[in-house]
Design a binder for this molecule. Sequence first.
Ligand code: ADP
Ligand code: MG
Length: 209
Amino acid sequence: MSYVKATKRTLEAIEGFPVERTGALLASAAEETLRAGAIVRSLRWLSEKRIRERTPENLARLIEEAVALGVPGDGEPRVHVHLDLDPHLPTLMIDKVRLQQVLVHLIRNSVEAMAEQAGGQLTLSTRLDDEGFAEVCVSDTGVGLPTTVAERLFHPFVTTKEKRVGIGLAICKAIVESHGGTIWAIDVQPQGTGFVFRLPIVEEGEAVA
Ligand SMILES: Nc1ncnc2c1ncn2[C@@H]1O[C@H](COP(=O)(O)OP(=O)(O)O)[C@@H](O)[C@H]1O
Ligand SMILES: [Mg+2]
């Protein structure tokens, strides 16, 4: 990135150099450099140890924080956020930072899927399912899953977005699974997508698989 910028400055300093012709090329080079950096960071991240430490966390609080981080406050068009959080969920033993990444990532995907939409709705819900797992659903009223990626959603480098790396859902899956959980996508009617993940309830002090 620094070399590209230095090249641009050097060319600009040459009198009479048609810098507008190279400007767009250099801008693309700079953008691709950033993208390459993002790919390297996410790969490094995927190969890292998944969980560092587990602490007892309140899922509802974690979700509220993730909404604050993931939904742009001044976004246009505005996204309506609806929370439907089970007040009886027990405290979970989780790696807070990692779980936060999962939530923020799913929220950002939803926001991106509703980018062209006025009055889109993002819903986050939690419940204790029949088998005693904590279940979290992040759903939107966005464009829905493109059929081209439906089969390989959680594979790394699968994306339909020009400026994205396509590694977010792969990271989400890795984090959820390292907590002993599972994650899957659902269709939302009449329009939109949801991602559901469930985590086993591990009490404080209990051995973790
Ligand atoms: N909420 C969603 N609605 C519609 N499509 C989605 C949603 N979340 C993910 N996708 C699709 O799955 C692809 C992969 O998602 P992800 O792994 O987060 O990569 P990225 O966001 O970098 O493209 C996206 O490019 C998009 O096509
Ligand atoms: Mg993404």
